[in-house]
Write a protein that binds this ligand. Sequence first.
Ligand SMILES: [Mn+2]
Length: 311
Amino acid sequence: MNTKTYAGIPEKYAKLDRAKIVLIPVPYDGTSTWQKGADKGPQAFLEASENMELYDIETDSEVYKEGVYLADAITENTSPERMVDAVHQVTKSYIKKNKFVTLFGGEHSISIGTIRAFNESYQNLTVLHIDAHADLRQSYEGSTCNHACAVYEASQTTNLIQVGIRSMDIQEKSVMNHDKVYFAHEMAIDDSWMDAAIEQMTDNVFITFDLDAFDPSIVPSTGTPEPGGLFWYETLDFLKQVFKEKNVVGFDIVELCPNEQDKSSDFLAAKLYYKMLSYKFSNEEVEDNYEDTYEASNHLGNYIKFNEEDE
Ligand SMILES: [Mn+2]
């Protein structure tokens, strides 16, 4: 069990039955190909979060008061496939409790399990994939659960929209849906990509955010830094619009590879996570009669697709 709360918030906001938000740490780094260290990401993220102001100026809100439950970390690492299964099961169990489920990796292969859980739970899911890398390989180094395959399954089973891409293998071209890919070199000279991408989204959107989508000048601490990435305010501008116009059902943030000498990336990841929660909940009033079952939920009732057999 965790003895600490997310960001050091008071216990009363950190209890599972009251919390609207669940944060699942997944310190997994089984398939990284270059720099190791993504397994240290969740700890560095949580430490940075404790040193962050909990009032958000832009939304004039303190979103932690919606309640954030810090779940036990998923530590299954005997194989990539078992890790993905564990992430899938745990994610789905919290979705069924009507929580807004978020995960912090770990490397990007964790998202295979996350996306599978959300896709089984919500109708017509869009996966918004923000990343430097296309991650569309069907398998890599003998596994379909490698970080290089993070959104292959999503490309086959969901409405996948890819933003910030600037590195891929030529073979991934045959899998890629070019109409729904926003390459970094195009985004850099034309900001119409934001509206165009949102136009292609269905109502229910899951966001998988690889921190290497950011320019390495603002996020150097990631496994495979690629030049020419996103900057802070354009990213927030885009996310704010997505949260405003769509029903964002959950998100994960992956690939923080912390560096002892430079904590700025850890802190950016902490702020990004909190901003995304602030955008999600800033338009909602805190309900006094909050129920922690999905059947009781009005705002999810229109979207969720569980049936009796899932129980
Ligand atoms: Mn990446």
